[in-house]
Design a protein around this ligand. Sequence first.
Ligand code: IPM
Ligand code: MN
Length: 370
Amino acid sequence: MATQKLLLLPGDGIGPEVMTEVQKLISWMNKTGMGSFETESDLVGGSAYDAHKVAITDAAMKLAHESDAVVFGAVGGPKWDKVPYEARPEAGLLRLRKELELFANLRPAICYPALADASSLKRDLVEGLDIVIVRELTGGVYFGEPKEIVTLENGEKRAVDTQVYTTHEIERIGRVAFEMARKRKNKVTSSEKRNVMRSGVLWNEVITALHKREYPDVMLEHQLADALGMQLVRWPKQFDVIVTDNLFGDMLSDVAAMLTGSLGMLPSAALGATNEKTGKRKAMYEPVHGSAPDIAGKGLANPIAMFGSFAMTLRYSFGMTNEADMLERAISDVLDQGLRTKDIASPGQNAVSTTEMGEAVLKQLQKIAG
Ligand code: IPM
Ligand code: MN
C-alpha cells in the first residue's frame, strides 16, 4: 500500500481535542496495516497568529500543497477578535481553500435514527434524513473584488463585498452535484436568488444548460435560496443533493446540520479538480462545527464530526471505501449503544467525554474490522 501524506491542522478551540481522537485512529490503522499514513502537523488560525502573527505560514501552506490530504480541526475564538483583519483566524482557512483551489465543498447531513430526538424538529421530519449540500467554495462574495471599506468625502464610510461567478465556476460545481446525485437518489436542487441577483440569473442559466447537455437523466429543480431555507425546515426529506453558492451554502449547511441533532455531527470535504496526469485531487476535510471556544479544553467536544471527516478522507482521497464504511458504521453503532456527548444528550442523560466517545468509536471499529 502506498504511504499517504496527511497534514493535520488542529487549529483552535476544540480543534486539537477532536484531532487527538483522529490521531489515535490513524496510529491504530498504521499499526494494523489497515492504512499507511505519514502525518505532519502545523498551526492554523489563532494559534498560528500567536506564534507567527499570521493565520497560516507559507511553510504550512507548502506542507498543504505537498500533502495528499489536509485534515483540519477548527479556527477562531474571542481571543483573536482584535487581530488585524488579514490575520484573523478564518483567513487561514480561506487561504487554504483558495490556494489549493478546493472549489467543491460536500456537506452531507445524515440523521442517525438514534439521534432523531436530539433535533429541534419532530422525529418524523428528520429520522432517516440523508442529504448533501454541495457548496461552491472558492468564489462568490467570499473572494470577489472589490472587497473593502472606504471613507467617502463626507466622512461617511462605505463597505463593499462583491458577488461574482463565471460560467466555468458554475459548471464545475454543477458537475460535482450531478455526478453525486447519480450515485444517490438522482435529484439535484439548485439554489440562488435570480429574482434579485445577476449572479443568480447566470447560475440558473448555466445549471439548466449543463443539465440539458450532460445530465438529462438526473432530476433537476430550482429553488430560490430563501424558499429553500424554509423548505429545509418544513420538509427536509424532499431533497437529495442541493447545489448552491458559497454564501448561501454556508448558511444552508448550518441549517441542515441542526436537522441532524447537533452541529457536532457534521463532516465535510473540500475537493479540488482531479489532475488528469496523476489522477489525484487536492482535498481538505473538516468538521462543520467551529472552534466552540465556550467548551474548549473541557473534554466536552463531540469528536464524531471529526471522525466523519476522516471517513470522508478515506473515501474521497484514498478510495478506501470499505474502511470508510466501517468507520461510519462504528459511529452509528456507538450512537445506537446510547453513548452521547453533551451536545447530543437528552436532558438528564449521562454524557461522556471527548476521549470516551473517541475510544468507544475506535473500539467498535476494531470489533467491526475483526
Ligand atoms: C464554514 C465556516 C467558515 C465559512 C468560516 C470559519 C470562515 O463558517 O466553514 O462554514 O464561512 O466558510
Ligand atoms: Mn459556516
